[in-house]
Design a protein around this ligand. Structure first.
Ligand code: PNS
Length: 162
């Protein structure tokens, strides 16, 4: 098992996501972080901008690349011949939501790549992109939630009145 895809909205990428990417980079030969589209969510920041932030945040990880894809995750996984999908899970609710996606992808991939759930470490289990957006939209300090290299830009992108 050497090539994995870490899909998500990453709106924006948080230190919790980065922890998952770093652990995958140690566990697997090749890691593709995929900025994907969740039809249940609304995005204020373009996928290109989210890709760019992640690229900067993972620049210290030579075996991690970042891409975006507007179609089905299963199609992307097949097209890049990945062995596994990896999702970080923070709590029981995440397991429930992710299990539904796992089931859909299992049907679509029919015996192809499997899904692995990686528990979030305790430092990040209360962290979420929506929390970051909420704090930033009220002009609050998000520097302990997102990678330092992108903190100013993320704060600007979600700041009040934009
Ligand atoms: O960070 P998120 O929003 O929980 O990530 C969910 C995401 C974007 C990975 C998921 O919605 C997804 O895979 N979207 C691509 C479309 C797709 O494949 N949908 C069907 C299976 S879930």
């Amino acid at each position: 098992m050497s090539k994995v895809v870490c899909p998500g909205s990453f709106n924006p990428v948080t230190l919790g996501h980065l922890d998952v990417f770093e652990r995958c980079a140690r566990l697997f030969e090749e890691v593709v972080v995929l900025v994907s589209y969740n039809s249940r969510k609304r995005y204020d920041v373009s996928s290109d901008q989210r890709v760019e932030w992640i690229r900067r945040a993972v620049s210290h990880l030579p075996n991690v690349t970042v891409e975006s894809h507007g179609g089905l995750l299963a199609d992307f996984v097949k097209s890049c011949a990945a062995d596994m999908i990896v999702k970080g899970v923070r709590n029981a609710n995440d397991v429930l939501v992710e299990s539904q996606m796992y089931f859909a992808n299992r049907e679509l991939l029919r015996g192809g790549a499997d899904t692995l759930f990686l528990p979030t470490c305790e430092t990040f289990c209360y962290m979420s992109s929506s929390l970051v957006r909420d704090i930033a939209s009220h002009g609050g300090d998000i520097s302990t939630f997102v990678p330092a290299s992108i903190a100013h830009e993320v704060a600007d992108a979600y700041r009040p009145g934009r």
